[in-house]
Design a protein around this ligand. Structure first.
Ligand code: CUA
Length: 361
């Protein structure tokens, strides 16, 4: 690897940029480093084989370039050559298979984790559930998709942020149980060398152990619909004490939300809360102003849904609409958020129906 880097730094590129652009990244975990080492080992074996094969070929072309009417050699067998070209590749394959098998066994051993996190892909966000900890949340784009426009795909340096990153403790073995709620996604964090398909109805296992606190980024890496390029993965690794404090705060706010569900909400409070929910859950399809993208995503301004009987409105938001892109938000949102977003749709977006929906509805 050092020679390779040396060759690259001779070019005009800075070494850091060269490493980023042309090679795999060594990452920050034991697994990611062993994957990187394996990659480099096999790379150099291939370089040597390539030099020998192409060297022999170009040498014979060069050495015989002036031959007139050459006579090819005629022979049937040569035991020594045949043994050599069987044994040498066999040894090379064994030399590659031993470290490859060791690395694979390591990657595929999620046993005895310190922490289990269920990772669920949704169109277009991730959901994280800390098993046994009563902590779960969605990790949404922190800027509405509309506000980003087409910047991200056109500009490599545009960073997609999330409202809540996945938080894990440094030094702990964290097992991920990866699945999906709608279509196939894939959860990928290059620095951790974790990349697992998220498939509805299946649970795929992966694991990591990150030594040092830090912020690591990835993205969905399975084409999953129009906003596939807009479901980033952000993992924040905290020191164990900071992680415990974060977890305690998270649990406290979950308890607070439970209390909120029991409180009496005014229409104004619900509508204000609903606007936040609308931005993260609905605006991607129905647009910020509720005008939708008919016919695929119906308008919510002056529509029969948002101005008709509220029972029908609740049913659509909670259960979704089979056969369309409308998801069942009853599984994704709390009762308060469901009531808030339905109230928002009925009282804002140019609709002035005037009735709100309470968490008890
Ligand atoms: Cu989710 Cu691509």
């Amino acid at each position: 690897p050092r020679l390779w880097m040396g060759l690259l730094s001779c070019s005009a590129l800075s070494q850091a940029q060269a490493a980023w652009d042309v090679n795999m990244r060594p990452g920050v975990t034991e697994v990611s480093r062993s994957v990187f080492d394996l990659h480099m080992t096999i790379f150099w074996i291939c370089v040597v084989i390539g030099l020998l094969v192409f060297g022999a070929m170009f040498w014979s072309m060069f050495a015989h370039r002036r031959s007139r009417h050459p006579q090819p050699a005629h022979f049937h067998e040569n035991t020594r050559v045949e043994v050599l070209w069987t044994v040498i590749p066999l040894l090379i394959l064994i030399a590659m298979a031993v470290p490859a098998t060791r690395t694979l066994l390591h990657i595929y051993d999620p046993s005895e984790p310190d922490l289990d996190i269920q990772v669920t892909g949704y169109q277009w966000k991730w959901h994280y559930k800390y098993l046994g900890e009563d902590v779960e949340f969605f990790s949404n784009l922190s800027t509405p998709r509309e506000a980003i426009g087409d910047q991200a795909p056109k500009n490599d340096h545009y960073l997609l942020e999330v409202d809540e990153p996945l938080v894990i403790p440094a030094g702990a073995k964290v097992r991920f149980l990866v699945t999906a709620a709608d279509v196939i996604h894939s959860w990928w964090v290059p620095e951790l060398a974790v990349k697992k398909d998220a498939i509805p109805g299946f649970i795929n296992e992966a694991w990591t152990r990150v030594g040092e606190p830090g912020l690591y980024r990835g993205q969905c890496t399975e084409l999953c619909g129009k906003d596939h390029g807009f479901m980033p993965v952000v993992v924040e690794v905290k020191a164990p004490a900071d992680y415990s404090a974060w977890l305690a705060a998270r649990k406290a706010s979950a308890a607070e939300r439970t209390a909120l569900a029991g409180k009496t909400w005014t229409r104004e409070e619900l509508v204000a809360q609903g606007e936040q929910v609308y931005r993260t859950a609905c605006a991607a399809c129905h647009q910020l102003g509720g005008q939708g993208v008919p016919p695929a995503f119906p308008a919510l301004t002056g529509s029969k849904i948002a101005t008709g009987p509220k029972e029908g409105h609740i049913a659509i938001v909670v259960n979704g609409k089979p056969g369309t892109a409308m998801a069942a938000f009853g599984k994704q949102l709390s009762d308060v958020d469901l009531a808030a977003v339905i109230s928002y749709e009925r009282n804002a977006l140019g609709n002035a129906v005037g009735d709100s929906v309470t968490p008890q509805d």
